[in-house]
Unconditional design. Structure first.
Length: 195
């Protein structure tokens, strides 16, 4: 004898049972939660990447300043007329006398020709502060040339401490203050063969 066939369902019994609906809703909520987290993380990365484009390319800026100093034969470090911001004059540069000065948070570079500043351009935007000073290097046998010390204080976007999505309170500060220091000697400053 064969097994009896199950009785066909009546139209009132067609559809899903309550446990089936609850399981499908729980799975759908899990998928939507994961998709929302992925969307939030990708939008955060997009915002951070776009904001990083506004930060100054510090290695390129330092290379330009280094090139100007090495291209000069000597330097003069003074304080500007306002008494606060330093001014750096690079004498003997092939372009003429180069002047670096901070004006309203921007580091400006200009070429002095005939007593006038020409070709003035902003080199570094949103610079917090900078300083330039002569560092004397003395040797008992002979006097060595002075060294130029440049300190730059600037702000940039901080990198997240973790690549995982975190709440903003645990991410850390959005901006961080950094300091770069350069020690340079102009090429024509009597280096000799000992350097």
């Amino acid at each position: 004898m064969s097994a009896p066939l199950p009785a066909p369902r009546r139209p009132s019994e067609a559809g899903f049972t309550l446990p089936e609906l609850l399981i499908s809703l729980a799975l759908m909520m899990l998928v939507l939660t994961l998709a929302a987290g992925l969307l939030m993380e990708s939008s955060r990365l997009l915002v951070e990447t776009a904001a990083e484009q506004n930060d100054a390319p510090v290695p390129l800026l330092l290379a330009r300043i280094r090139g100007d100093v090495l291209g000069a034969s000597s330097f003069v470090s003074t304080v500007a007329a306002d008494g606060e911001s330093p001014r750096l004059l690079l004498v003997g540069h092939p372009q003429g006398t180069i002047q670096y000065e901070q004006v309203d948070g921007d580091l400006r570079r200009g070429v002095i020709r005939g007593g006038r500043i020409e070709d003035e351009a902003v080199v570094w935007r949103s610079l917090v502060s900078w300083s330039c000073a002569r560092v004397p290097v003395l040797d008992l046998e002979e006097q060595r040339p002075d060294v130029l010390r440049l300190d730059f204080v600037y702000q940039r976007r901080s990198t997240p401490k973790t690549p995982l999505p975190v709440l903003p309170a645990f991410r850390g500060p959005v901006r961080e203050t950094r300091t770069e220091t350069l020690f340079l000697v102009p090429r024509g400053n009597g280096l000799g063969t000992s350097w």
